[in-house]
Design a protein around this ligand. Structure first.
Ligand code: NA7
Length: 545
């Protein structure tokens, strides 16, 4: 017998993806409740307010392409917008969708339990005063980079100075940016050299009395190419949005960069060196996603580009010993997420900046006065943890999600992630993962690619409404074949053979030391084509009843 639910659908998460999914479901006539753990919308842009936080994708391609009106109305002030402006944009989009009224805030979901007889999900909350909610369909837009991860070192709570994680930064109560904290003249430590670490280091170096960088794994960083967005350029973008969208849609990762359809060594040396030079100084991910087609697949071509970038680091960092410390030795260029920078390497030439090599002298503990390595106790006023996230599956693992027969999603994923199209898992009917493991939007320019996924799922929900479908789940064979497809694609890429959050490695989380297939690396066009074919084929691979 069909059980009545409180709402047709719940969407967990009020980031760019969740907001749009909630909007689409509401507009289709479903009763929908958005649920958000935090007190406001914005997802990562609400939380990651550290000084220097900004997008690495060109501002004009970061938004909602479905919203022509907003695209024409919103003027970006920089070519790569800073966090307060991105959050301003999200709030403007929320006004447009009139979406806040559909959300419950300050409601952290701790459990989601499927009732197979009744065909519905029950969501439980951390706050015991909140009544559990029953919903037929559950859309989880939890964010692949939102489960904040602290380092696994003892003594963190004992530190008596100020300490911050980049992804949980204090907020300006009056505005969209960071709290007005004063770092002038202070002794500041930064742990972590991913994209967040690189951005915050650049800013701290300008104000800190002493900045100490605790370096474990350097990354290959290339110039961002930021600058003011001139009114002429903004006008040009607005009149040519169609072209920008087409370019993103044709590219593997949804950015306005395309690989050169030629192998590196097939190009004469002078020509290829000039090209690499041009791409290095080009905007955004020009070098990562716009170089020769074999650079991310062929070890020799990759080594050539790695040597080229290493040469740049040696030119820019004056002290040769420091330069060598900052050149990655365990992976080639582009095998991990490439942080983009603005005068980052020059920071290491400043007298107020020093580096502690954690490979030579690991952290023993955080002490009340600072950071103790095997060599010394370094005293600080401020410690900044730029130690990232329990990436991709971490946000799902932190909720007790139980499908048919009490099956735990975390336990299933501990055995190995398997999904159909990165959208559904076997045994978890009516449960959708947005921008989750093995989904086409996860290794992509997320706002652009996740909106395409939301649109596709929304078509599926229109179909479900028209046909009176109340249960959607993937077939086992479809799950097996999609997961195998993801494995084969990743095997061709050098990044699949590299330890990083792309491949599920997290040195701070027990049991996360084996590589996993968490990404669909076939590219945005191929994912879209697959989605279209599945739809045209009557939702091939899904069981609907
Ligand atoms: P990342 O890219 O995961 O970077 C985290 C950094 O913190 C990385 O350099 C880690 O080194 C370092 N780390 C983590 N734990 C420790 C400990 N215990 N000791 C020393 N160093 C540590 O996170 P981000 O926030 O920078 O960026 C994540 C993504 O968000 C980014 O790619 C964008 O797409 C947005 P490790 O590599 O583990 O040796």
């Amino acid at each position: 017998m069909k059980t009545e639910t409180d709402v047709d659908a719940v969407v967990i998460g009020a980031g760019l993806t969740g907001l749009y999914q909630t909007y689409r479901l509401r507009e289709m006539g479903y009763t929908v409740r958005g649920i958000e753990a935090s007190d406001n919308i914005g997802g990562v842009w609400h939380h990651n307010r550290y000084p220097g936080a900004r997008i690495d994708s060109e501002s004009e391609v970061y938004g909602y392409f479905w919203n022509e009106e907003l695209m024409q109305e919103f003027d970006w002030s920089e070519r790569f917008a800073a966090q307060p402006e991105v959050l301003t944009y999200i709030h403007r989009a929320a006004d447009y969708m009139d979406i806040r009224k559909d959300y419950m805030f300050n409601a952290r979901v701790t459990s989601a339990i499927w009732d197979d007889a009744g065909g519905f999900w029950t969501l439980g909350f951390e706050d015991p005063s909140l009544t559990p909610i029953k919903a037929r369909f559950l859309f989880s837009a939890l964010g692949p980079l939102s489960a904040v991860q602290m380092p696994n070192v003892p003594g963190i709570d004992s530190f008596q100075g100020e300490s911050y994680h980049t992804a949980a930064w204090p907020r300006d109560p009056e505005g969209f940016g960071p709290a007005k904290l004063d770092f002038a003249g202070k002794r500041v430590a930064v742990i972590g050299l991913g994209s967040s670490g690189v951005q915050v280091i650049q800013e701290m170096a300008k104000v800190a009395g002493e900045l100490t960088v605790f370096l474990r794994s350097p990354n290959w960083c290339t110039p961002l190419g930021n600058g003011p967005m001139t009114s002429e350029r903004m006008r040009h973008i607005k009149s040519n949005y169609g072209e920008f969208i087409a370019k993103c849609d044709a590219s593997i990762a949804g950015f306005p960069h395309e690989f050169i359809p030629q192998n590196l060594f097939d190009t004469p040396k002078a020509e290829r060196d000039a090209k690499l030079e041009e791409l290095y100084h080009g905007p955004g991910f020009s070098l990562w996603l716009g170089a020769y087609q074999d650079v991310l697949m062929d070890p020799e071509a990759n080594r050539y580009v790695s040597d080229f970038v290493a040469g740049k680091i040696r030119q820019r960092v004056k002290d040769p010993k420091t330069a060598e410390m900052l050149i990655p030795k365990d992976h080639g260029f582009g095998m991990k997420r490439v942080p983009l920078e603005t005068r980052y390497y020059e920071v290491y030439n400043q007298p107020n900046v020093s580096v502690v090599d954690l490979n030579a002298t690991p952290i023993q503990r955080i002490a009340p006065t600072g950071i103790e390595t095997t060599e010394a106790l370094h005293a600080f006023d401020v410690i900044i943890y730029a130690t990232g996230f329990d990436a991709i599956k971490g946000s799902w693992n932190r909720i007790d999600i139980r499908g048919r027969d009490g099956m735990s999603l975390k336990e299933e994923w501990d055995k190995g992630v398997k999904t159909y199209m990165g959208l559904q898992c076997e045994g978890f009917p009516n449960f959708f993962t947005l921008v989750g493991p093995q989904n086409g939007a996860t290794f992509c320019n997320i706002p652009r690619c996740s909106a395409l996924v939301v649109d596709w799922l929304s078509d599926m929900m229109i179909h479900a409404k028209a046909e009176g479908i109340e249960r959607i789940e993937p077939q086992r064979e479809a799950v097996e074949s999609w997961s195998l497809y993801c494995t084969k694609l990743l095997d061709k890429m050098l990044l699949g053979q590299t330890n990083s959050w792309f491949t599920g490695i997290n040195k701070n989380v027990a049991g996360r030391d084996k590589r996993e297939v968490l990404l669909f690396v076939g590219g945005n066009p191929r994912f879209r084509q697959y989605c279209d074919e599945v739809q045209e084929d009557g939702y091939r691979g899904y069981v609907m009843s």
